[in-house]
Design a protein around this ligand. Structure first.
Ligand SMILES: [Zn+2]
Length: 180
């Protein structure tokens, strides 16, 4: 009886310490099945239903990231699905509150839009924070994470080569961690 309890406890601990094993990929945990997962990258869902007039700019920003990096994909959450990233329009300055890599809340603040900053650049920049990029201010227009410091004339919404490489690196590590 005592041994059975111990065994049960150990099994539970193993499951908890390796949540990836509960996913469908764990059914056949071979290198063969892990490989396509790594190539496809990690999917993060976003919910732009509270993004009001910025919803299409958010979709554009997500599409730009999807075209720029292979290691992670931003996909709109299905209705009723709990999204990894929630996007909200408000009257403040744009900002991101990440809970962890790829999760959190983005605020598309009207204050910057009213000053003349590009909504798509703002959306892509804030999504960049959710993908683990810090601000690089002041910085040139060629940098997405230079944000508002590049001025209102800057409408570039594409990450630089260095920014793309950093995101690939961030999710390479995250993916390896999830599969381990
Ligand atoms: Zn920023």
């Amino acid at each position: 009886m005592r041994i059975r309890t111990l065994t049960g406890g150990l099994a539970a601990a193993l499951v908890l310490s390796c949540p990836a094993l509960t996913g469908p990929a764990a059914a056949v945990p071979s290198a063969r099945t892990a490989q396509p997962l790594a190539a496809a990258g990690r999917v993060l869902t976003y919910d732009a239903r509270a993004a009001a007039e910025f919803a299409s700019a958010v979709d554009r920003g997500a599409a730009i990231w999807n075209a720029s990096v292979a290691g992670v994909e931003l996909r709109p959450a299905a209705s009723g699905e709990r999204a990894d990233i929630r996007i909200v329009a408000d009257d403040g300055w744009p900002r991101s509150l990440p809970d962890s890599l790829g999760r959190g809340t983005v605020y598309i603040g009207r204050q910057a839009v009213d000053q003349g900053h590009s909504t798509i650049r703002i959306a892509a920049h804030e999504l960049g924070h959710m993908l683990g990029l810090p601000d690089r201010k002041p910085g040139p227009c060629s940098s997405l994470m230079s944000g508002a410091s590049a001025g209102t004339s800057c409408t570039n919404a594409y990450p630089s080569a260095a920014e793309k490489a950093q995101v690939e690196k961030n999710f390479e590590g995250a993916l390896t961690g999830a599969l381990m």
